[in-house]
Write a protein that binds this ligand. Structure first.
Ligand code: SAH
Length: 383
C-alpha cells in the first residue's frame, strides 16, 4: 500500500487494485490475505477478489486473523446492538455489511425468515460458510439466499435466489412496520422486497399525513403511501413505473384495508402532467432509485434531482410538505441540499426545513466509511 494518511489506515476496509505496489502473481478468489503498508508493517487481513476493482476488503486489523469465531462475534454484536436500540422492531436489517464490520454481507429478518444477501465474492464464499450455522441457530423458519443485487456483477457474480435451509414460505411473508403490513415475496425474482432504511422517514410522513392529500412518487410497493393512508390522509396517490411494484402496492393496500390510487407511470411525465393540470397535493414524497451509481454520474444525477424536486414543489400549496430523498452513494447531503435549493430557487419556493434525516439505525453510518452515509431525506414545508 502507498504511504500517506491513507483511508485504509483510518479504518476504511476497501483497498483498490491500483493501490498495491507489490502484488503476488497468483491471487486466488476468496483467499484471505495480509495487507502491509509502504514500510512493510502489517495493516490487517481481508478477503480478496481479483475480479473486483476493490481487490481486498479488510476484515481484521493487526495480528488478528479472520476466522469463523471472529465473524460470529461480529454477527452477534450487530444483532445485540439492534435488540438494544430497536427492541420492538421485529423485521429489520440485522447486518449491514461494511457498516457492521462484515464487508459485503447483508442479513435481514422478514416474517420469521432470515434473508442473506452477499454482495461480494468474499461475503458469499468466505463469510457465508462461516456464519450459516450461527444464522440457523437464531431459529428462523428458514434461511433464504437472496443474492439479486446488480452490484454483484462488479464482483463477477451472477444472481441467485434459493433456500439455504428450511422449507420455502408457501406464499408472501408479512413484514410489519409500525402498524403497517407489507407482503413480501421472498423467493420471487421480481422486485417486491422491502427497503428497511426508510422506516423512520416513512413513519414521520405517516404522522404528518392526517387530513392531507398525499402524493407518493417512486412508491415501489407503497412504503410511504401505506403509512400516509394509515396516518389519516384524505387521499393517497402513488406513482411507480414498475408494474410489479404497482401490483404489489395494490395487494398491500388491500391487506391494510386502505384506499390508494396507484398509477403505473413514469414519474417525470406524471409530475409534469399533474402540474400542467394545476393539481395540488398537501404532502409529496419523492424517493427515487439512486440516480448516480458513481461519481462520474454526479452532474446528471444532480440535474435529475433538481428536476423532480422542482416539479414536486409546483404541486404544493402554502403549508404543503415535501419529503424528498436521495439514496445515491455518490451524492453527499451537501450535494443533495444544493440540488433541492436550486429547485426551490427556480420554482419560487420558499419555506422551512423541517428536518434532514438519514437511514434508520439498522443501517448504521460509520464516520470512517463515508459510503455508509448514503441516504438523505430532506423535509420542507412551504411558507
Ligand atoms: N419509496 C419506496 C422505495 C422506492 S424504490 C419505499 O418506501 O419502499 C424506487 C422505485 O422507483 C422503484 O419502485 C422503481 O420501480 C421506481 N422507479 C424508477 N424509475 C422510475 C421512473 N422514472 N418513474 C417512476 N418510477 C420509477
Amino acid at each position: 500500500m502507498r504511504p500517506g494518511q491513507h483511508r485504509v489506515l483510518q479504518g476504511h476496509p476497501w483497498v483498490f487494485h491500483g493501490e498495491f505496489r507489490d502484488l503476488p502473481a497468483d491471487l486466488a478468489p476468496g483467499e484471505i490475505v495480509e495487507v502491509a503498508d509502504a514500510r512493510g508493517r502489517l495493516v490487517g487481513s481481508g478477503y480478496l477478489n481479483p475480479e473486483s476493482s476493490i481487490l481486498v476488503r479488510i476484515l481484521t486489523r493487526g495480528e488478528r486473523h479472520p476466522d469463523p469465531e471472529w465473524a460470529t462475534a461480529k454477527l452477534h454484536a450487530a444483532i445485540t446492538r439492534r435488540r438494544q436500540e430497536m427492541p420492538d422492531v421485529t423485521d429489520l436489517r440485522l447486518v449491514h455489511a461494511e457498516a457492521d464490520g462484515l464487508p459485503g454481507f447483508v442479513l435481514e429478518r422478514m416474517g420469521g425468515y432470515a434473508i442473506v444477501s452477499p454482495d461480494t465474492l468474499g461475503a458469499q464464499e468466505v463469510l457465508l460458510p462461516w456464519l450459516l450455522d450461527e444464522i440457523r441457530a437464531l431459529g428462523p423458519e428458514g434461511v433464504v439466499l437472496r443474492a439479486v443485487s446488480p452490484s454483484r456483477q462488479h464482483e463477477g457474480l451472477g444472481l441467485e435466489l434459493r433456500m439455504l435451509a428450511g422449507d420455502p414460505p408457501r406464499g408472501p411473508v408479512e413484514v410489519h412496520e409500525e402498524g403497517v403490513t407489507y407482503l413480501v415475496d421472498l423467493l420471487s425474482g421480481q422486485k417486491t422486497g422491502h427497503y428497511f432504511d426508510q422506516r423512520r422517514n416513512r413513519s414521520r410522513v405517516g404522522a404528518l399525513s392526517s387530513g392531507r392529500r398525499v402524493l407518493d412518487v417512486f412508491s415501489y410497493t407503497g412504503g410511504f403511501a401505506l403509512h400516509a393512508a394509515r396516518g389519516g390522509a384524505s387521499s393517497v396517490t402513488a406513482i411507480d413505473s414498475s408494474s410489479d411494484a404497482v401490483t404489489a402496492l395494490r395487494r398491500n393496500a388491500e391487506r391494510n384495508g386502505v384506499v390508494i390510487e396507484a398509477r403505473e407511470e413514469n414519474a417525470f411525465d406524471a409530475l409534469r402532467t399533474l402540474s400542467q393540470a394545476r393539481e395540488r397535493f398537501d404532502l409529496v414524497v419523492l424517493d427515487p432509485p439512486p440516480f448516480a451509481r458513481g461519481r462520474a454520474h454526479l452532474p446528471a444525477a444532480l440535474r435529475a434531482y433538481k428536476e423532480i424536486n422542482l416539479r414536486a414543489m409546483r404541486l404544493l400549496p402554502p403549508g404543503g410538505i415535501l419529503s424528498t430523498a436521495s439514496c445515491s452513494h455518490a451524492v453527499s447531503v451537501e450535494d443533495f441540499l444544493g440540488a433541492v435549493r436550486a429547485a426551490a430557487a427556480d420554482a419560487g419556493f420558499t419555506g422551512r426545513v423541517l428536518g434532514i434525516h438519514g437511514a434508520d439505525s439498522d443501517h448504521p453510518v460509520r464516520i470512517e466509511i463515508p459510503e455508509t452515509d448514503y441516504l438523505h431525506c430532506i423535509e420542507l414545508v412551504k411558507e
